[in-house]
Ligand binder design. Structure first.
Ligand SMILES: [Zn+2]
Length: 285
């Protein structure tokens, strides 16, 4: 077996771009610090709406290819080398937004058997042996079927891996503290006239917003803000970045958070307010 870095972080996401939006600074930080950072993306995101007019002809397989290229570029900007698709490229198709006909496609991720999908993730877990896993809450952060399914598959894989010989010590869900979100949106309203976006999103559009008390962990990504922003910009079909803000295909401006927040849902708190996902894990400091 090849020598592994002492700290190993696994992130499970639904589509290419979710990793950079949610965890770009965290991924860049741990990669820069020499940890093994592994990203598993569950679908190619081929049902995503495309922002740039010159790329709007891309759909289905063509969009999948483009988003795969975007993901590779984003990972280069974050310094992350270890990334792949759950069960191999194209194993699970993008389910589209909740309530659309795409949800009925038998090959879409939403229709996947959770245990079978989790077993693909267990293969990765047994190879990487991560101490820390990051994914979404049980609502998928904001209710997208692929995000809910990514949550289910990740949480099930944690259980299956433990039965098979590798216990992931800490599991985190992506979060945004409500007070931080409110402040950021207040700033956004002040800045909006100078931005290339005409309207602002609302805090309820942001995935994973919870009461501040539920936040266990805060990763200050100031040093990696440029890397995160560049990684998000690499997902050009999906994200329009402008300074401290960005918009998705709905063209509604929202804050780009360079400090990233988490809720520890499995494992022991390393300290009262953690500033390191690995805190308290033996042999990783
Ligand atoms: Zn997504």
């Amino acid at each position: 077996m090849t020598e592994q870095p002492a700290r190993r972080l696994l992130l499970v996401h639904a589509h290419p771009d979710d990793e950079s939006i949610n965890n770009g600074a965290t991924m860049a930080r741990y990669a820069a610090e020499g940890a093994r950072v592994t990203l598993v993306t569950c679908t190619l995101g081929e049902r995503g709406e495309v922002i740039p007019p010159e790329l709007r002809h891309l759909t289905g397989a063509g969009l999948a290819q483009e988003r795969e290229r975007e993901l590779a570029a984003a990972m280069e900007r974050l310094g992350v080398e270890d990334f792949g698709f759950l069960g191999g490229r194209g194993r699970y198709q993008d389910s589209g937004m909740m309530g659309t006909a795409d949800n009925d496609n038998p090959h879409c991720f939403w229709r996947a058997d959770v245990d079978e999908a989790a077993r693909h993730l267990v293969e990765v877990i047994l190879e990487v042996r991560p101490q820390v896993l990051v994914t979404y809450d049980d609502h998928g952060g904001y209710g997208h079927p692929d995000h809910i399914q990514a949550h289910r598959v990740a949480m099930r894989a944690v259980e299956l891996a433990a039965e098979t010989g590798w216990t992931i010590e800490k599991v985190y869900w992506n979060r945004v503290p409500r007070a931080v979100g409110e402040q950021a949106f207040a700033r956004l309203h002040d800045d909006l006239p100078g931005l290339p976006f005409t309207k602002a999103a609302v805090l309820d559009d942001v995935p994973g917003v919870v009461d501040d008390l539920r936040i266990t962990t805060e990763i200050d990504g100031t040093a990696y803000a440029a890397a995160k922003s560049a990684a998000m910009a690499a997902h050009a079909t999906q994200i329009d970045v402008s300074g401290a803000y960005f918009a998705l295909s709905n063209e509604l401006a929202q804050p780009l958070f360079t400090t990233e927040y988490y809720q520890l849902v499995r494992g022991e708190h390393g300290e009262n307010k953690e500033t390191d996902l690995f805190s308290g894990i033996e042999g990783t400091s």
